[in-house]
Write a protein of this length. Structure first.
Length: 90
């Protein structure tokens, strides 16, 4: 989510500064239910991935770190200071 909040769908930010990152499933983007307002190329392969986030399993309470598409087992201490991922189905 950009820091810039536009007045309309065409009021896009000139620089990419983010308030937070929201991940969505590919099928949601391709469903046609959400309009595509912009598509900007990444400057390098590393930019394709968000910063590492912590996932806490709501049933087991186990901790994971989501890093470059992989969920890695983690401890509470390893997750300290990380953004907690918000995860839900659309």
């Amino acid at each position: 989510m950009y820091k810039h909040v536009g007045e309309n769908i065409g009021d896009l930010p000139s620089i990419e500064e983010y308030q937070f990152i929201v991940g969505v499933y590919d099928d949601v983007l391709k469903s046609g239910n959400w309009p595509l307002v912009d598509s900007r190329p990444f400057r390098n392969d590393n930019e394709k991935w968000p910063s590492s986030t912590c996932i806490i399993d709501s049933i087991s309470g186990e901790y994971f770190i989501y890093y470059k598409g992989e969920m890695l087992e983690a401890t509470k201490e390893q997750c300290e200071g990380m953004e907690i991922a918000a995860v839900w189905e659309a």
